[in-house]
Design a binder for this molecule. Structure first.
Ligand code: UGA
Length: 435
């Protein structure tokens, strides 16, 4: 099959590379000359484990190419995926669909013969209908089916998520489009990944509802964590105890500094706005958004409390900046708010992250960037672990104890057993456990 991916950002690149790996011919299109030049020179503009190898392998076997020219690629395509960005619109929190509609019009102008146009970007309910209306009214001679096919990839685990998905949701009732989509994903459902067909609007909502539910689950356990600290219970054990109930499930019950990233904050907000527009408010999600925003600030206060109530004139070492490990993505990362709170409190802040420091430079205030955890720990009054990178999981506490000024560890991801840290003479402050 010939497939075109419009937008060579995170979703477009991962999906394009994985579909090429399954034997389709893929052209990834992007308007950014710099991005396409870099990709053609073999550089992958994002950090995602395993992606560079797949891209390289499929480029050299001729199944994957890159282009700035949408029209020639689309003219030959059986399927065109729209994977452009849908950022939060400034001011009102709605998803900004400018790029989606612009891409749709360009695609329609270029297609020849029956073509399936698929929205892979996260788009609000009704976007597929609007694209269809544009096609019908502005391009009445073209034969195009509009399908919704949301993606459920997690950054850092995107290749596995793509190749071994829990489900593939496909929103269309057009039998010809269904056949084409079956063909696109045939290599995957041979791996027993279930294809789930439903109406287009339902499919669009599934994406938002899934992300909102996961955001709510995290927020729930974060509030239980706060309660645990007050009443002397252990949130990790509570999470385990409730997660063993299959109706609840044990995933996404890790208490932490609040969710971040390019998806949950944006998608929860967009769902809230859509629901308000339809006069059918989703109050649980409204509350989730508010609690999560507060939580990031509260984590700053937690660090200050661990430093005896003040960080003025103290040196704080922050380990991990990205919104989660195995990514260089800093969007809506809790570290941004936490670092700001520490700077506001008069601290000197030294930071280290394995992949996120370039992106962090535009987002953090006047902090000092170090080259490993030990360098930033020198003379520190507290170590604050914000992102659970593997390399922070076996810190040499003996060495750290010799470096810091005050042995305090605030572990916002609960990656250490209390006893191990305390044994090395550190005061240990975790999330949802009595310190
Ligand atoms: C999320 C969803 O998990 C994907 O299914 C979805 O495709 C993607 O959004 C998207 O819409 O594109 P992602 O944002 O990459 O994926 O990251 P997650 O692994 O879901 O983590 C999101 C945030 O929640 C992170 O800040 C993470 O640290 C936090 N989190 C996650 C917790 O605090 N506790 C948990 O138990 C799980």
């Amino acid at each position: 099959m010939r497939i075109v991916m419009i937008g060579s950002g995170y979703v477009g690149l991962v999906s394009g590379a994985c579909l090429a790996d399954f034997g389709h011919h893929i052209t990834c299109v992007d308007k950014s000359a710099a991005k396409i030049d870099a990709l053609e020179a073999g550089e992958v503009p994002i950090f995602e484990p395993g992606l560079d190898t797949i891209i390289e392998h499929n480029r050299s076997s001729g199944r994957l190419d890159f282009s700035r020219d949408l029209a020639p690629a689309v003219a030959e395509a059986d399927v065109v995926f729209i994977a452009v960005g849908t950022p939060s619109r400034r001011g009102d929190g709605h998803a900004d669909l400018t790029y989606v509609y612009a891409a749709a019009r360009e695609i329609a102008a270029a297609v020849t013969g029956f073509t399936v146009v698929v929205t892979k970007s996260t788009v609000p309910v009704g976007t597929g209908d609007e694209i269809e209306r544009i096609f019908r009214e502005e391009f009445p001679d073209k034969e195009i089916a509009v399908v919704s096919n949301p993606e459920f990839l997690r950054e850092g685990a995107a290749i596995t998520d793509f190749k071994r998905p829990d489900r593939i949701v496909i929103g269309t009732e057009d039998p010809r489009a269904m056949e084409v989509m079956r063909e696109v994903y045939r290599p995957l459902y041979l791996n027993e990944a279930p294809l789930y067909f439903c109406e287009r609007r339902t499919s669009e909502l599934i994406k938002y509802a899934a992300n909102a539910f996961l955001a709510m689950k995290i927020t729930f356990i974060n509030e239980i964590a706060d309660l645990c600290e007050q009443i002397g219970a252990d949130v990790q054990k509570v999470a385990k105890g409730i997660g063993m109930d299959k109706r609840i499930g044990d995933k996404f019950l890790h208490a932490g500094p609040g969710y971040g990233g390019s998806c949950f904050p944006k998608d929860t907000l967009a769902l809230v706005k859509t629901a308000q527009d339809y006069d059918s408010p989703v109050r649980l999600i409204e509350t989730t958004v508010a609690i999560n925003d507060n939580r990031k600030r509260a984590m700053g206060r937690k660090v200050i409390a661990a430093c005896d109530g003040s960080v003025r004139g103290k040196k704080i070492a922050v380990l991990g900046l990205t919104f989660k490990p195995n990514t260089d993505d800093m969007r809506d990362a809790p570290s941004i708010t936490i670092v700001q709170a520490l700077l506001d409190g008069g601290a000197t802040v030294h930071v280290y992250d394995p992949e996120g420091m370039d992106a962090a430079k535009d987002l953090l205030g006047p902090v000092t960037y170090g080259s490993d955890p030990y360098e930033i720990a020198e003379g520190a009054d507290a170590l604050v672990l914000v992102t659970e990178w593997d390399q922070f999981r076996a810190l040499d506490f003996k060495r750290l104890k010799g470096l810091v000024r005050t042995p305090v560890l605030v572990d916002l991801r609960n990656i250490y057993p209390t006893a191990e840290v305390v044994r090395h003479g550190f005061s240990y402050f975790a999330v949802g456990k009595k310190s």
